[in-house]
Write a protein that binds this ligand. Structure first.
Ligand SMILES: C[S@@+](CC[C@H](N)C(=O)[O-])C[C@H]1O[C@@H](n2cnc3c(N)ncnc32)[C@H](O)[C@@H]1O
Length: 314
């Protein structure tokens, strides 16, 4: 087996690849360090950020219905667990869950979130796993007597374009084996609502996206002038998505590794994409990936959906 690549080298390689491309881009997964996770948690408390509000309103009903379908002793596995807030609704409702496996790339934040959660659930084994779920992930625990329930809340599936979303769903199926999988997906396409949520008039979204440049400076020794970049969003219809960009205000050249990265005034870096998946589109991706769509719950206010998928393995 080859050695795992050093995370710093991988970050540098990915950043150079993205910033020397004709249309500059940085992989969204690098938005997430302790600062990024903390900023995102603040964003979730802003009522303009409708996905969290709608999902939190929907979850108690979903959890109650799931509780009637899941056997005691289930192992719950969350992908991108962040502050581990939504999981409380599931852990409170499910019959005697055996374990909670929280997978997240933001290691220090993950450890803190589990430290806050664990005292409230002394009978549930807490298993934090710092890993990148865009790569194969192996569960460090066996399925509980009640099997496995995967959980991927929020709009994170939207960070994948359709072909990558299908690949991700396939990888999750390989990680979980026979299981149920509860996945959030947002289908909102209303421009004003998207602008309010992703444009972030309070400046938190801008800070969240500019943090990726702060990381390049601190972790890779780059010399980006953070104030030279403004955060903007663009809405696109085909496929339906919101893109976040950092736009250079003035022409400038910055150093990253052994490369000089030149920006014209107005030139952009795409830092993230949020694809909007209508239920039928998401279900068709899930089916292509070997999952059987079982139940669809839709938020009363708006277009946020929770999908329950099932895999019998194989
Ligand atoms: C949008 S937040 C969602 C947090 C929480 N699940 C919620 O719904 O409020 C996305 C989470 O996924 C994590 N994440 C992003 N990319 C990841 C990756 N490639 N591998 C593992 N975790 C990732 C981030 O650190 C963050 O905690």
């Amino acid at each position: 087996m080859s050695d795992p690549i050093d995370p710093r080298r991988e970050f540098l390689r990915d950043a150079l690849l993205g910033l020397t491309a004709e249309a500059k881009t940085l992989p969204g997964k690098y938005l997430w360090d302790e600062t990024g996770s903390d900023l995102f948690d603040q964003i979730c408390h802003n009522p303009d950020y409708y996905p969290t509000r709608q999902e939190m309103a929907l979850l108690p009903r979903v959890a109650a219905e799931l509780a009637a379908r899941v056997r005691p002793g289930v192992t719950v596995v969350e992908f991108g667990s962040g502050a581990s807030r939504k999981i409380r609704t599931l852990l409170d409702a499910l019959p005697e869950p055996a374990a909670y496996v929280a997978i997240d790339i933001s290691g220090a934040y993950l450890e803190d979130a589990i430290r806050r959660l664990a005292p409230d659930y002394p009978d549930i084994a807490m298993v934090p796993v710092c890993a990148d779920y865009t790569k194969p992930v192996q569960l460090p625990v066996a399925a509980g007597p009640g099997g496995i329930l995967g959980f991927y809340p929020g709009t994170s599936i939207g960070n994948f374009a359709p072909p990558e979303a299908a690949l991700f769903l396939e990888r999750v199926r390989a990680t979980l084996g026979p299981s149920l999988f509860l996945v959030g997906a947002d289908a909102t396409v209303e421009p004003e609502r998207l602008q309010r949520a992703y444009g972030g008039a309070d400046g938190l979204m801008a800070a969240f996206h500019r943090n990726i440049l702060v990381r390049l400076n601190r972790e890779l020794g780059a010399d980006f002038d953070i104030d030279n970049f403004r955060h903007v969003i663009e809405l696109y219809p085909d496929p339906q998505r919101v893109e976040a960009h950092l736009v250079a205000l003035r022409p400038a050249t910055y150093r990253l590794g052994d490369q000089a990265i030149a920006f014209a005034a107005g030139e952009r870096i795409r830092t993230d994409t949020s694809h909007k998946y209508a239920p039928s589109v998401f279900q068709s991706l899930a089916s292509q990936s070997g999952w059987r769509p079982r139940t669809l719950w839709q938020a009363e206010e708006g277009d946020f959906n929770l999908h329950l998928l099932e895999s019998t393995g194989g």
